[in-house]
Design a protein around this ligand. Structure first.
Ligand SMILES: Nc1ncnc2c1ncn2[C@@H]1O[C@H](COP(=O)(O)OP(=O)(O)OP(=O)(O)O)[C@@H](O)[C@H]1O
Ligand SMILES: [Mg+2]
Length: 225
């Protein structure tokens, strides 16, 4: 699996909330090349997580188009959308998003429930990935029994489970100390290089952003500067 190019054209997004509408993105456009590593920066509330959710197929595109490879996301529904989320995209969530009642190993395995491999193959791969991110010794811990850095590495292992063409990482070092953050970033770099996947990382940290090929800045509710 190699990376995918991404094109966003005229994307607007408004959340309908009880307290009033929240316009998050307005006429937003962006081109990302295959294998490019992009950082998205901007103040809290600018719409960074929203942008990842749209590109990752977790939020429906309301206006404009987002094309990932040869898929126009608004045309995907049902199984096609689920396939896109599971096979093309690896998502590292801002708050890890690990299931609390499953062990680290089971969390990674679950991500592969779509794959055709046997449960033994999935378990072996989950073990391999946890080893690759340096938390094999915590395989049978549940998320509450992991440190922040360990949980983030499990989340990264899970995101890599299906060999994604597109890795979306929402503040992957936001909860980590400097040394652990460096380790997670080294891992992200290695993954991006080895798998040639396209990587979009949301971050507030200039050290993270400076490792990427390009920085995209979001200001509140507007197109990138
Ligand atoms: N489901 C929702 N319903 C209503 N408003 C929402 C919803 N999700 C996000 N918002 C609002 O949209 C805006 C953008 O949210 P988003 O999570 O994309 O910001 P962000 O740039 O990732 O911020 P942070 O740096 O704090 O993570 C915020 O003002 C938020 O309150
Ligand atoms: Mg966010």
């Amino acid at each position: 699996m190699a990376g995918v190019p991404i094109t966003a054209r005229g994307v607007s997004m408004t959340y309908r909330a009880r307290g009033g509408d929240v316009e998050v993105l307005r006429d937003f456009s962006l081109d990302i090349q295959t294998g490019e590593r992009i950082s998205v920066m901007g103040p809290s509330g600018a719409g960074k997580t929203t942008l990842l959710a749209l590109i990752g197929g977790l939020e429906a595109v309301q206006a404009g188009t987002i094309t990932v490879g040869d898929l126009e996301l608004s045309t995907l529904h049902g199984d096609a959308l689920a396939n896109y989320r599971h096979r093309t995209v690896g998502f590292v969530f801002q708050h890890f998003g690990l299931l609390g009642n499953l062990t680290a190993l089971e969390n990674v395995e679950l991500a592969m429930s779509f794959s055709t491999g046997s449960s033994r193959v999935r378990r072996e791969r989950a073990g391999f990935l946890l080893d690759a991110v340096g938390v094999a010794a915590r395989s049978h811990h549940r998320p509450a029994e992991l440190s922040g850095g360990e949980a983030q590495r499990v989340a990264l292992a899970r995101a890599l489970a299906n060999e994604p063409s597109l890795l979306l990482a929402d503040e992957p070092t936001g909860n980590l100390d400097g040394t652990t953050a460096e380790q997670v970033l080294d891992l992200l770099d290695t993954v991006a290089r080895d798998h040639e996947c396209t990587v979009i990382t949301v971050t507030h940290d200039p050290r993270v952003a400076n490792r990427s090929d390009r920085i995209v800045r979001l200001a509140s509710g507007t197109a990138p500067k």
